[in-house]
Design a protein around this ligand. Structure first.
Ligand code: ADP
Length: 265
């Protein structure tokens, strides 16, 4: 486990000089222009940046859902570029968890069946102790027989978090996980993610545009123009908001009609 004393932190996820361009010729958009960043095991990181700065592209490349043009992505020491499609599928299924803004639960399965689904897909017997621990941790013990449609948004996102945690993955990627929730429910979900990192030593990488959400993380990394431009450790919402204001100003100064990646509006 990475501790503050270690001189060489153990990275659960590493990106080295990752580039990604969409389209070609006149329509080419450089979404990532050489991003190098590591996410230490057991830490909770928020990824922020102006709209179009490359946050989603980075998350998708880091998770093996999209392929960089150059550079490497390593998860738990495994270079994703060295895997074939089958290997990548297994990696995503067994060693990566996902949490989405819209929960993405299967409506015909109960909460418990949704939570156990990644284990079933992997052909792994459900370890009852781990399943029970995860369900208790997310506070869903009395709701596991319900269908998602009978649960509130916050409860559905708790199911999604339990589903992401149940395989004890190397890393959980979260894409705006509180974007569809009211402020109070969002705070509960963020506290749960925070606790998963602290108590379960779960590595979490979360894209968000909300400085308050980012303040739950150990560290915030900022992207602008497809590059890693800054980071804040032990962030407060005020410091994050102030940094975002400066980055937004930088984008605005790029000139009218162009976004940070140089794409036309
Ligand atoms: P963010 O998540 O920070 O808003 P994205 O990673 O979504 O940024 O996008 C980075 C840049 O890449 C933007 O200019 C966006 O328009 C462009 N982009 C993203 N996905 C695609 C795609 N599938 N096709 C073409 N351009 C894309």
């Amino acid at each position: 486990m990475y501790t503050k004393q270690d001189s060489t932190p153990q990275f659960a996820v590493r990106l080295d000089a990752v580039t990604k361009t969409y389209g070609s010729g006149e329509n080419a958009v450089a979404a990532l222009r050489g991003v190098s960043v590591g996410f230490a095991a057991g830490t909770f990181t928020a990824v922020m940046g102006p709209s179009g700065s490359g946050k989603s592209t980075m998350l998708y490349c880091a998770a093996g859902l999209d392929q960089p043009d150059s550079g490497t992505v390593t998860i738990g020491g495994q270079d994703l570029g060295a895997l074939d499609e089958t290997g990548l599928t297994k990696m995503r299924r067994d060693r990566i968890g996902f949490i989405f803004q819209q929960f993405n639960l299967l409506p015909a399965l109960t909460a418990l069946q949704n939570i156990e689904l990644p284990l079933r897909l992997a052909g792994r017997p459900a370890d009852k102790d781990v399943v029970a621990m995860v369900i208790n941790r997310v506070g869903l013990a009395s709701r596991v027989k319900h269908l998602p449609g009978k649960l509130s948004g916050g409860q559905q996102q708790r199911v999604a978090i339990a589903r992401a945690l149940v395989t004890r993955p190397e890393v959980v990627f979260a894409d705006e996980p509180t974007g569809a929730l009211d402020t109070g429910t969002a705070a509960e979900v963020l506290a749960l993610l925070r606790e998963s990192a602290t108590v379960l030593n779960q590595t979490i990488v979360m894209v968000t545009h909300d400085p308050v959400a980012a303040s739950y993380a150990d560290r915030v990394v900022f992207l602008a123009d497809g590059q890693f431009v800054a980071e804040i450790h032990q962030p407060t919402a005020d410091r994050v908001a102030e940094r975002m204001t400066r980055l937004d100003a930088r984008v605005t100064n790029n000139g009218p009609g162009m976004n940070v990646a140089g794409a036309r509006f």
